[in-house]
Design a protein around this ligand. Structure first.
Ligand code: SF4
Length: 335
């Protein structure tokens, strides 16, 4: 791993073994998260984004499990650890989870206890991870509540989650990550349930704090507008696979994979004519038990090559540093 990399995911496979069959939710995924940078993972619902994030946190519940691959992480002491080798319930991952790597979800209520005040929850998290006294932890809690823009932080300390708006609850979750000085924040669609103004505020907050604390961010979204705003690098996923990845400028200005090109064409353009129709991607994401043969995108792809795209998995083609695409159109001699 190079010195700028915080997390390197290699050939990660996370499968779910159900009575109906095996769901290959994540099927051979590779990417890296750089120190102090934002990586956006983008794709439609069901493409494996959240399971990839939960695999990093080792939060996969049975019947799911990581069956192959590695997730290398450089901890606060500079030691490289393969997170897949740790017991999901062991001491070592518990120390990393919540302290070094934090995760926020679309609905913060799912991570906050409804029967404890927000102050108590952040304070206890600080005490557990940083070993501070009760008084010092309370002081630090109020400090971080202020840092994430919660007004009257001293009073809010005694509020229960249900007394706060969705945007405020999301700020509380970010405060929790900050309080423990997390090195990586994994945000799983954290702004999807919020109105646009609150969404913009939360994105600004994450970006501002990231710069200040040099935190790395893995941001999961289906919204390419969010990617354009905050990403340094982007990974595009489809049916458990990375179909394209690279620096965000290249992703937007020189997209290669037909799926990414279709996604970009389906964004409304301010410059479009009044009556211009918005492109949509033909068909639906297939059911996980009916995974297409060959390239998983071939039933929806306008450029699919008969007898090739439906018969074999497309090659991974390296286009430049940190930039690659999985598609037959770019194999040697064709592009
Ligand atoms: Fe389309 Fe074939 Fe490329 Fe898949 S490999 S995206 S089906 S052209």
């Amino acid at each position: 791993m190079d010195k700028d990399t915080l997390v390197e995911v290699q050939d990660l496979k996370t499968y779910f073994f159900t009575d109906e069959g095996v769901v290959k939710a994540v099927d051979g995924v590779d990417f890296s998260i750089k120190k102090g940078k934002t990586l956006c993972v983008v794709g439609e619902s069901g493409c494996g984004k959240s399971i990839t994030a939960r695999s990093i946190m080792r939060l996969i519940d049975p019947p799911g499990r990581i069956v192959e691959g590695s997730i290398k992480y450089v901890n606060g002491e500079g030691v490289e650890i393969d997170l897949t080798a740790l017991s999901p319930k062991g001491q070592e991952i518990r120390k990393i989870r919540g302290m070094e790597i934090s995760m926020i979800f679309q609905e913060p209520m799912s991570s906050l206890s409804p029967v404890h005040t927000i102050g108590e929850q952040i304070r206890e998290s600080i005490r557990l991870h940083l070993g501070l006294s009760k008084e010092a932890a309370k002081e630090r809690t109020i400090e971080v509540l202020k840092e994430v823009g919660i007004p009257k932080a001293e009073e809010r300390y005694d509020n229960y989650p249900f007394q706060l708006s969705g945007g405020m609850r999301q700020r509380v979750m970010i405060a929790m990550a900050l309080a423990c000085k997390s090195r990586l924040l994994i945000a799983d669609e954290p702004t999807t349930a919020l109105d646009v103004t609150t969404q913009a505020n939360i994105l600004d907050l994450i970006q501002g704090l990231q710069k200040e604390y040099e935190m790395s961010v893995m941001f999961i979204t289906h919204d390419l507008g969010v990617v354009a705003e905050i990403a340094d690098d982007a990974v595009v996923m489809y049916l458990g696979k990375v179909v394209e990845r690279g620096p965000v400028d290249a992703i937007f200005h020189d997209p290669k994979h037909p799926y990414l090109i279709s996604l970009l064409r389906s964004i409304p353009q301010l410059t479009a004519g009044k009556m211009e129709r918005l492109d949509s991607i033909r068909g639906m994401v297939p059911h996980p038990f009916n995974r297409p043969s060959g390239c998983p995108f071939h039933p929806r792809c306008d450029r699919a090559i008969k007898g090739r795209c439906d018969a074999a998995a497309p090659p991974r083609v390296i286009l430049g540093p940190g930039r690659e695409v999985s598609c037959f159109l770019y194999e040697e001699g064709r592009s």
